[in-house]
Design a protein around this ligand. Sequence first.
Ligand code: BES
Ligand code: MN
Ligand code: ZN
Length: 480
Amino acid sequence: MQVEITDTALADAKADIQALALQEGEELPGVLREVPGAADVKPAFKRTTMLRPLDGSRVLIVGLGKAGDVDRERLRVAAALAAKAAAPYEARSIAWEVPAIDGIAAGAAAAGLVEGTTLATFRFDRYRAADPDDPSPRIERLVLAGADRGEVGSDVDAARIASEAANRARELQSLPANELVPESLAERAWEIAAAHEAVSVEVLDRDQMVERGMGGLAAVSSGSETPPRLIALRYAGGEGERIGFVGKGVTFDSGGISIKPAAGMQEMKMDMSGAAAVLEAFAAIAELRLPLDLVAAIPATENMPSGSAMRPGDVIRHLNGKTTEINNTDAEGRLILADALTYCVRDLGAKRIVDIATLTGAVVIALGSTYAALIANDDEWAGRVAGAGDRSGELAWRLPLHPEYRELTKGKIADLTNAAAKRKAGTIYAAAFLEEFVDGVPWAHLDIAGTSWDVGREYVGSGPTGFGVRLLVELARSLA
Ligand code: BES
Ligand code: MN
Ligand code: ZN
């Protein structure tokens, strides 16, 4: 998305469509009141009305609803609705007047418009013949009118770069598992390193994982013919405490020997959404040159059933020496994250960690697609992650840890077991398991199984959301 910031008035901004937000109690500007169609305008939230002034311009009025209810999220939604309303006009550009809203800084308002517009124009059509009647929006240029670059510039840049990164993550999420394999994620990491001086990459193959004692990654990947990868990224962007991101990269989760039901199994190509979020957030942070010290670890593998697959009842030993008996081979994410978390702390030197993973079906039941689950061993760190979620609109709701949950994870013959016997507190159980592998550093876990796909908001719709990219970039901005 090409984004321009100008202090000229909306009416003077050159674009295929001009867009203007209206809150309840606000009047249309005088010049628009007599325009045909003006009587149809209502400021109700999500209501759009196209006005056609006699000079041939197109002015789209987008309702925001009650003034007190307007926030950055409503602006994302408004921007997405405008991009969609522009599609039938074959518009390639939109000029928005950045609305003045009580309680919202101009930078945040402008950022909301950039996010909504950029995310709404995502498309994934590489496997389809071109359709000349495709009704999806194709906005390539966004003008922010009536805005001061000095005031909104850094928020706008961050919003643009993070939203474009989110769209790249959505592309990775969409790719089928026969095309996107663990090595593809490693290739993307190399690409990011090649584009940014401050980024370096190291990739471990199966033999190296086994040699180092990453028993979780070795076990989960043992059923697949497609080789696994452990991808490590370093960003030397500045001083300060080293932050670590860890993202689950299961490129296809069949469940393994504890195989999933056929209905819906095709959706499990998205089980690498955490990895996609970490990769593209990393790229965005490097592009923004944020001054912080950051590392990432991405365990990437398939989870498949075969004659060489791990079995229920198997006992494995993780990188930190703890042992786990496998009750259910479909609880594979925690097994590979366990090794990656230890690696991130011990080898990459992270002093604080966020992991992000499509980890449990239980989180979809608990929180739907509105909030990711946030589980943490440190209140301050949890607050920072939740705050970044609020600002980015990628919401996270904290669930508790308690010593009793830790009891549930104890194994019969090993230190741990990977799945609860009675499906108690599935999302927290998984987090309590992961906590065993973070060496006590401040750690926050995001379970994004419900928020990665089919959220149904105006700007992400059905399909991949890139959830986590914008949250992680916002977190990094708050630390830099
Ligand atoms: N990848 C799944 C979780 C998932 C569910 C992601 C729905 C996206 C949408 C994970 O590996 C899994 O299979 N979890 C099991 C754990 C259980 C066996 C303890 C689950 O949630 O059913
Ligand atoms: Mn699984
Ligand atoms: Zn999984």
